[in-house]
Design a protein around this ligand. Structure first.
Ligand SMILES: [Zn+2]
Length: 438
């Protein structure tokens, strides 16, 4: 009897699974009426548009009358006719496993006193608040000692267990012995490391393979430390030898993964570019020569302005006045990079400032420092989608792409700070926030 029953149970189970799959495939159709739609590819605004969504993707975009005509009668209508509609935003530099580290003690306390499970629980809240603020994708650039917990958060989001953005994670990041927190404790103590410490070309190649094995989408390393000013420029000490940094980038690329380098001072940025990284993070010490090299190499810059502003005074008071200089240097060089046409991807370093802050505040600084509001929006949408190697899935409201759509009352092209007050967020065709009419 059992021999007959078990295959039968399996068949029924499989049939139920396929029924669920079919139900999903025949997901309700949603018709969105967009009053104004920001075309991030064309850099323009189009009025009175229709967006047809089937399942998790957009299937049609066009004039309201035309798209409405194509929609089935069963389509659910979402009326955004009084709003400005734009693609979901991407923050290309976050730390969901960090809850603010203005002072060195803030950082050490989290690694010393909070378990990785506790930090991961908090990370799920961070991921949720990012999504509610309109960030439908995050490139999370290292867990700060929380090992591979970012991969677990990503898995939980992808399985629908918790709400959150599409995650592009870098796991543990790399630095060399003696160059990254926690530092300054008695040699008798074994304290946690904020990164994976690795020295030597062979060890580096093996370590890159290990991070990829456990789920890293991106590889990140810290190119420099010990920042100082000399002759009006920001300098730094370089962490890896050229040979080591090249091996790291080469191994990541060989495995099909891109590389982000934390690089603040001139020497660090120079070393990162020599190694062939895909993105320079922070880059406060950039100058014309380095920007020209980034242009030639096609390297992205992720400026993380808001965190620089947020932590500057607190870090100065904590004995690191260099952060005031970094903040002011970036305000000057940002406009130069924009004029040169360097690829600038929106990234905030959220997590260095607490997740109770809305990372969309970055937009206001990008515009104050020299971008048009449209350029700032493009950096968080279409440029970010390219950096993340997902140009067919994200970054614009177009047929075939994920239905990652946000909306706001008013015109963010006139007042970019409107983006701090979205009233509608859809990710993959599901409405995750709607406060229309309020
Ligand atoms: Zn960071």
């Amino acid at each position: 009897m059992k021999r007959v029953l078990i295959p039968l149970i399996i068949i029924i189970a499989l049939w139920q699974v396929s029924a669920v799959a079919q139900q999903r495939a025949a997901k309700a159709v949603v018709l969105i009426h967009a009053g104004r739609l920001i075309d991030t590819r064309g850099g323009r605004v189009v009025e009175n548009q229709g967006i047809l969504v089937e399942g998790e993707r957009i299937t049609a975009v066009g004039s309201w009358n035309e798209v409405r005509g194509r929609a089935p009668a069963s389509a659910r209508l979402i009326d955004l006719s009084n709003e400005t509609v734009l693609p979901g935003l991407s923050d290309c530099h976050t730390h969901i496993l960090l809850q603010g580290d203005v002072t060195a003690a803030d950082y050490d306390e989290q690694l010393l006193k909070e378990s990785i499970p506790y930090r991961t629980i908090r990370a799920t809240v961070a991921a949720r608040s990012a999504l509610m603020n309109g960030f439908t994708a995050l490139r999370d650039l290292e867990t700060e000692g929380a090992m591979y917990a970012d991969v677990d958060v990503k898995t939980a989001i992808n399985r629908g267990i918790i709400p959150g953005p599409r995650m592009f994670v870098s796991t543990r990041a790399f630095s060399t012995t003696g160059t990254y927190a926690l530092l300054g404790y008695s040699w008798e103590l074994k304290v946690p490391e904020g990164v994976q410490i690795v020295d030597g070309v062979d060890n580096i190649r093996r370590a890159v393979r290990e991070q990829v094995k456990y789920g890293a989408d991106w590889i990140k390393f810290y190119a420099d430390r010990r920042y100082y000013m000399k002759d009006g420029a920001l300098h730094s000490w370089v962490n890896f030898t050229d040979e080591e940094a090249k091996a790291l980038v080469d191994e990541a690329h060989r495995l099909g993964h891109r590389v982000a380098a934390h690089a603040m001072g001139m020497e660090g940025i120079d070393a990162a570019l020599k190694a062939g990284v895909d993105s320079v993070e922070h880059g406060y010490g950039l100058n014309e020569e380095l920007l020209d090299r980034m242009l030639r190499q096609g390297t992205y810059w992720c400026p993380t302005i808001y965190t620089g502003v947020y932590v500057a005074e607190g870090r100065a008071a904590d004995g690191r006045p260099i952060y005031l200089e970094m903040r002011d240097l970036e305000a000057k060089i940002f406009g130069v990079a924009v004029r040169k046409g360097v690829k600038i991807a929106f990234g905030t370093d959220a997590g260095a400032f607490p997740w109770t802050e809305n990372a969309a505040k970055e937009f206001n600084y990008m515009v104050r420092y020299g971008m048009t509001p449209m350029q700032a929006i493009q950096s968080a949408t279409i440029v970010a989608a390219d950096l993340l190697e997902r140009p067919d899935d994200m970054g614009a409201i177009e047929a075939g792409k994920y239905a990652d759509i946000v909306a706001v009352a008013g015109d963010p092209l006139k007042d970019i700070t409107r983006l701090e007050h979205l009233n509608f967020v859809m990710k993959g065709g599901e409405v995750v926030r709607s406060e229309l009419g309020r």
